[in-house]
Design a protein around this ligand. Structure first.
Ligand SMILES: [Zn+2]
Length: 396
């Protein structure tokens, strides 16, 4: 597809270009839904590399068809990361980064069980809102800039492993954010239509307890109950919660024991820590280590491992300015948008932590993420794309 060169692009006035892009995006609703249907109907659970890469290939085809350049950053275990650029000449300028992940929480077969469908203005299917619609929106905004030019450098990044804490993509996201002038993360807009200006940090852990087996009738006193130890530890861990500070500890999964007539030789728990202030992470982790090291049932042993972690997105002056800037652009796209704080975690915490102004949940509006009831408000696709395009163009 022919595309307006950067010089031709600069000859247009900003308002001309804005009008062209707004009009073009408004005409793309059906094309957006076609691309969304394609990618929702491909399973892409975080551990399903083949599926995640198949979704990536579908997006790469879209970008090639719209004159955009892509570069894969390969990963052996998880899906490859995909970088998108308008053209090579912008490589040294600080771009606005449009960010999103294409993995979902759903297992293989889910797309076949409940394929993409639209009912009463809402679209359904695994990952439809979280966040394949956000990626489709980013893709069309980038395509609009490829077609009409952009007054500011802009780049895209599609990651592969956000739902498990971005073990592979975190350094890629951080590197891209260090180069960027701002990050818009296209997680789903809140059901209210608001975007997210603050997110909690999260640490996801597994604690394993070792006891000693014994016959519960014949040799009870020789046993060391790992389950008994776990019970003490759970109470102690939950008591570290400080709701006023936004710090929570949740033991979400427990396992343990082997038979009703055996003193439990082993037990384990999965623990989720959420916090706002990094000092609270320090406090809670130190207290947690203390609890792990304490044997409430003499002779028991425990160890703790961190299995995944997100950093918090804490509002600061530059992120508040970025939000105000986005809010004004959204108003011109017909949307009234406020900022919300969310207890949920996302990759936007990583980009904020390296000092890049970031706002999150600028994607199309949806809800009930991570459940079979997950939905997307179809009519939000175009205006959210227009709002994002205006916000990017006006960052000059
Ligand atoms: Zn997400």
């Amino acid at each position: 597809m022919p595309r307006v060169s950067q010089t031709e692009g600069h000859r247009m006035t900003v308002s001309e270009r804005e009008a062209q892009i707004i009009t073009w995006l408004a005409e793309q609703k059906d094309a957006m839904l076609d691309l969304l249907r394609d990618v929702v109907n491909i399973d892409s659970g975080s551990y399903d590399k083949a599926g995640v890469d198949a979704v990536g290939a579908r997006f790469e085809r879209f970008f090639a068809e719209h004159g955009l350049l892509t570069r894969r950053e390969a990963n052996e275990r998880f899906g490859d990361a995909i970088h998108i650029r308008l053209d090579d000449r912008l490589a040294n300028e600080r771009p606005v980064l449009l960010l999103g992940h294409r993995d979902t929480v759903f297992s293989k077969g889910e797309a076949a069980r409940r394929p993409f469908r639209i009912e009463n203005g809402r679209a359904y299917g695994p990952g439809v809102a979280d966040m394949k619609a956000g990626l489709v929106m980013n893709a069309f905004v980038l395509a609009a800039f490829a077609k009409f030019g952009s007054p500011v450098p802009v780049a895209g990044l599609i990651t592969s492993d956000e739902e498990i804490g971005s073990p592979a993509c975190r350094p890629i996201i951080e590197a891209a954010a260090r180069e960027a002038r701002a990050v818009f993360n296209s997680e789903p807009g809140r059901p209210s239509g608001n975007v997210v200006t603050g997110r909690k940090g999260g640490v996801f852990m597994r604690m394993v307890i070792e006891g000693r087996p014994a016959h519960s009738g014949g040799n009870y006193e020789k046993g060391i109950s790992a389950i008994g130890e776990l019970a003490h530890k759970i109470v102690a861990i939950h008591s570290l919660t400080d709701l006023a500070k936004g710090t929570t500890l949740n033991v979400g999964i427990v396992r343990g024991g082997e038979a009703v007539n055996m003193v439990a030789p082993s037990a384990e728990a999965e623990i989720d820590l959420r916090y706002v202030d990094p000092a609270e992470r320090t406090r809670a982790m130190a207290a947690l280590q203390e609890i792990v090291a304490t044997s409430y049932v003499p002779g028991s042993k425990a160890m703790l491992e961190i299995r995944g972690e997100f950093l918090p997105l804490n509002p600061n002056q530059t992120s508040e300015e970025l939000f105000a800037h986005y809010q004004a652009a959204a108003r011109d796209a017909g949307l009234a948008v406020e900022g919300e704080i969310s207890g949920g975690c996302a990759d936007s915490g990583f980009t904020a932590a390296v000092g890049c102004p970031t706002i999150c949940a600028v994607g199309p509006v949806g809800g009930a993420a991570h459940t079979p009831e997950e939905y997307l408000e179809v009519e939000s696709l175009v205006p959210r794309a227009q709002a994002l395009a205006l916000a990017v163009m006006r960052m000059d």
